[in-house]
Design a protein around this ligand. Structure first.
Ligand code: HEC
Ligand code: HEC
Length: 180
């Protein structure tokens, strides 16, 4: 039953993401957003970045928490870098506009659940990069790292399968070791 549900979910996710990269039916908040083409999404993001930069003009080098109202995660980051993190780090990785996590202009509010999810996702990515990856021996990289793009790759809902292959269960059960 679980597998069946998982399969149905995957098919739905694939179909939806093929039609509307910005509007998977996961979040009611996102479903009401205007449907924009990928180019329009990029242009809208750029417009909001410029608005925020204009609003903080002259204070770009101050810490984000001194300039913005509700900084929990990016304390100590120069205020002028925050709009870039929002644009290239968060939005671009997920293939969304700023409105996926914010009501435009109301950047400090918490009225969309995606905003807090993003904080927790960032904490998860940190934990993977700082604790879980370094604990794996014999990796090629000295500092193996995951970020939003590693999983999201321009989609709100990370894929569980490659395009064009039949969906399967996310994680096959581990094979039993001999003698188990
Ligand atoms: C995936 C979700 C997500 C997207 C997309 C996103 N943001 Fe954010 N935004 C956040 C989170 C989370 C915070 C709070 C960061 C913290 O706690 O340090 C934030 C904070 C902000 C703040 C600081 C507001 C304040 O006064 O505290 C601004 C300004 C902002 N975002 C602008 C933008 C702009 C402009 C875009 C589009 C280019 C954007 N955001 C896209 C999640 C998002
Ligand atoms: C290890 C893989 C992984 C990483 C890294 C990751 N995510 Fe996610 N993210 C997921 C999964 C899985 C989901 C759940 C999708 C679902 O609901 O099925 C998700 C869901 C989300 C959602 C909710 C989607 C929605 O709109 O309902 C947001 C927002 C999000 N991630 C933001 C981020 C941000 C921002 C980063 C980087 C700081 C990030 N994620 C890094 C795997 C990841």
């Amino acid at each position: 039953m679980n597998n069946l549900l998982c399969f149905a979910g995957l098919v739905l996710a694939v179909v939806l993401s093929a039609q509307q990269p910005d509007a998977p039916a996961v979040a009611p908040a996102a479903a009401t957003a205007a449907k924009l083409s990928p180019e329009e999404i990029v242009a809208e993001r750029e417009k909001y970045v410029q608005e925020v930069l204009a609003a903080i003009k002259g204070r770009e080098k101050e810490p984000a928490e001194a300039v913005f109202k509700n900084i929990q995660r990016f304390k100590g980051v120069p205020a002028g870098r925050l709009p870039m993190i929002m644009n290239m780090g968060f939005s671009r990785s997920l293939g969304v506009s700023c409105t996926h996590c914010h009501m435009p202009g109301e950047w400090d509010k918490e009225d969309k659940p995606q905003k807090q999810i993003a904080r927790e996702m960032a904490a998860m990515a940190d934990k993977i990069s700082r604790e879980l990856l370094p604990a794996i021996k014999n990796l090629d990289s000295k500092q193996p790292t995951v970020n939003c793009t590693t999983c999201h790759r321009g989609e709100v809902r990370p894929a569980l399968d490659l395009p064009g292959t039949a969906p399967r269960a996310a994680t096959p059960p581990p094979a039993k070791a001999p003698g188990e």
